[in-house]
Every structure is written in C-alpha cells, then in structure tokens.
Design a protein around this ligand. Sequence first.
Ligand SMILES: O=C(O)CCC(=O)C(=O)O
Ligand SMILES: [Fe+2]
Length: 289
Amino acid sequence: MADFTTDLSTTEFSTSTLFDVETYPLNQPDSDAYGIMLEQAITGLDTVSCAQLPNFIRPEIVEAMQREAAELADGAVFHEANLNPYFSNPPEDTPEDHPLNRFSPRRHGMVRGDKFARDGVIWAVFQNPDLCRFVAQALWYEKLYTYRDPYACTNVNVQPDGCEFAWHFDNNDFTVSFGLKQSDRGGDLEYVPNLRSRENENYDAVKQVLDGDRTNLRTLKLRPGDLQLFRGGYTLHRVTAPQGSERQSLLLSYVTNPTDITTSDKAIRIWGEAHPDHFARDEQLAQSG
Ligand SMILES: O=C(O)CCC(=O)C(=O)O
Ligand SMILES: [Fe+2]
C-alpha cells in the first residue's frame, strides 16, 4: 500500500499537521474509519446537498489561518451590487414578482487568490492532495484538480457586520469552504436543498422561498475550523447578516479540467483587473477558435 504521508511529511504542513486526522483520517484512505467519514459526507450531499464536518482543522492551524486572513482582509476586493438569485439580467416583460426580477443588495469582500503566501498555511490547506481526493470522492468525481485561476483559485469571503449574502444559486456546481470567523448572531447559511435541477428551474418553489416560506429550509452555522461541502448550484441559499462582528469563510475551488482558467473580461468584471494568465487564455481561445 502506498504511504500517503511520505511526500508531505518533509514539508511543514503535512495532512496530519493541518487536519484532525484522529477524527477525520484523511491520510488513511484504505481504513474503515475513512470509509465511514466518506459515507457520512456522501449521505449529507446526496440527501440535503450539504455535508458539514465540524472541527476539521486543528485548532492551532485555525488560529494561523485566521491570522493570515486577518492580515489580508483589508485588501479584499469589495463588491456592492444589486443581484437576482441567478446573477442575471431578466428578459423584458418578466413579471415584477418573478424570481428573475427579485433583486437584493449584496456587499462583501473577497481576498484574491494571488494574495496568499505560497508557503503559508491557507495555501497548504488548498493544495493538500488528501483533501482534494476526499472532496472528489464525496462529490462522485473521478478526479478533481485545484483550480489554477490566479484570482479565483482560493478566496476569503469577508462579510461585514449587517451585510446579508442574499438568496442565490452558485455558478459552480459545488463549493468547498471552511469557517474562519463567525458572529454569535446571524451569519447562518440558510438553504433549501434540490430546489432546481438541470432540467427544471422550478420558479414557483423559488418564489415561495423568496416570499418567506421556510418549510424545507435548513440552517447551518459554519464555525472556525469546520469544513463544508455544498451543492450550491442547485440549492437556493443565503448567508444571513452577521450581527455584531464580521464573518469570514475560506472558499476553495476545484475543477475537473486542470487547464481550466477564466478569461480576461470575466476576471475584470469580478476583480477589476486581469492577470497575464487570463490574457494568455484569451489568446489561446482565439487561436483555437
Ligand atoms: O461564505 C460562504 O459560506 C458562502 C457564501 C456563498 O454563498 C458564495 O460565495 O456563493
Ligand atoms: Fe453561494
């Protein structure tokens, strides 16, 4: 059997240094305990689109991640926008109360991926191969790769006191996040599992939730060190406004295609500027098209 720790044990941040491997044996994929951990995550994702693994990161590592994020939070790119749940512009003649026409303010910051030190603890968590393999298995992917987009690869979401992250579906099929900072009140992830599918937007059900129906709504509070795997592409969700302090979460992006990277126009729309790698991607697409 391969020794999964050999390569990593020479680095400062091995799997067992970063994660609570006594509870979550990430580095022993052939063990029964790993199978049970994986089964629980799969069950959560397959039934309610979400799996929460509390205290996944070791406490001293959480502290180091919080320090790193705190130093970078001031430099986060702040977005202020009025968005519908789909981040789209509705066609003309869309009825006023249709979900496509329901706009809510969103204000939050994102720390760009290139800001994280490549020898730092947050980058080590993102690049950890045991975590990447586990995420892929839990979400039924044969293999996932860490996203190489220089800005969107990994981000800290900085959600100021009083700022709700309003109801939406993610552009990505799934999200992997860690809690970094949480407020006592508010800052809850509220979600309604499986509200739409590839075939059916299910606008009537979306409208009911936007109108305040909480029938199938679930709530989760992501605390520092918790791991959350979430199918946010099909699950309507929001993060309620943190009350009394800021909320921060770490978002990790994985992709099925290792060469995947965004184009310069999209990068500029999201981040206000583009990286040379984004322009290189434009050229590549122009040549292949
Ligand atoms: O901060 C989070 O936990 C997730 C926020 C969110 O829904 C998103 O980034 O799409
Ligand atoms: Fe989201």
